[in-house]
Design a protein around this ligand. Structure first.
Ligand SMILES: Cc1cc2nc3c(=O)[nH]c(=O)nc-3n(C[C@H](O)[C@H](O)[C@H](O)COP(=O)(O)O)c2cc1C
Length: 193
């Protein structure tokens, strides 16, 4: 966070950045970013979030795995689209695969709440990356909804809900503020009447 911006300005200025390049966060920064996920709200302290780091050459191999899985699942990715995805990933220094650990025996806390806690953890990661001057982008492409991609990453569908990938790195292009909707469109008051 720049010393001139307040915490609230920092939150208001976050935007997703798909096109990132090296350098990735340093080891120390990455640990701070991942530690931020641990501050997510979490009913029952279940800590359902799981992350897998994919770095360097493994990022390109992820594309191979995804395209194979999508073809096997009957939805082959057209060659042109494959090329554009490979071009994007060729620059991405760090991908974080995201999964939520399910627990079918826990009937007290609904599964939805685990998913929400994991989403909140990812939001903290997005904000932490932004705070340290990095760009990040949540994607549910790359075969997220196939069985093979999560399984290859160690998240079988019986135990985990796979939730996609975060690309993290240094923004390639200059970033401009996003136009955001007026919150009043989304908020009303219940007065008890
Ligand atoms: C769970 C989730 C999955 C997403 N998957 C994709 C995706 O596959 N492709 C995409 O272009 N944007 C995807 N997005 C949207 C981007 O991550 C990003 O939020 C969007 O481009 C708007 O940018 P903003 O975060 O600055 O508002 C996803 C967002 C979420 C929350």
């Amino acid at each position: 966070m720049s010393s001139t911006s307040s915490p609230i300005d920092f939150l208001l200025s976050r935007r997703s950045v798909k096109f990132v390049q090296a350098p990735a966060p340093s080891q120390e920064e990455l640990e701070q970013i991942l530690q931020a996920a641990m501050s997510a709200p979490d009913h029952g302290k279940l800590r359902p979030w799981r992350f897998k780091l994919i770095q360097g050459e493994a990022v390109g191999k992820l594309a191979d795995t995804a395209f194979r899985a999508q073809a096997e699942a009957g939805s082959p990715v057209p060659e042109q689209k494959q090329q554009s995805v490979r071009g994007w990933l060729a620059e991405v220094p760090l991908m974080l695969a995201i999964a939520c650990k399910l627990d079918h025996s826990n009937t007290k806390i609904p599964e939805d709440e685990r998913l929400l806690a994991t989403g909140a953890a990812v939001m903290n990661i997005l904000n932490a990356a932004h705070a340290l001057g990095y760009g990040a982008f949540w994607s549910t492409g790359l075969g997220t909804y196939t069985d093979a991609v999560p399984e290859t990453l160690g998240f079988d569908s019986l135990e985990y809900r796979f939730m996609g990938f975060l690309a993290i790195g240094t923004p390639i292009d200059e970033q401009f503020p996003m136009t955001r909707p007026d919150h009043r469109q989304f908020v009303s008051e219940w007065t008890g009447e």
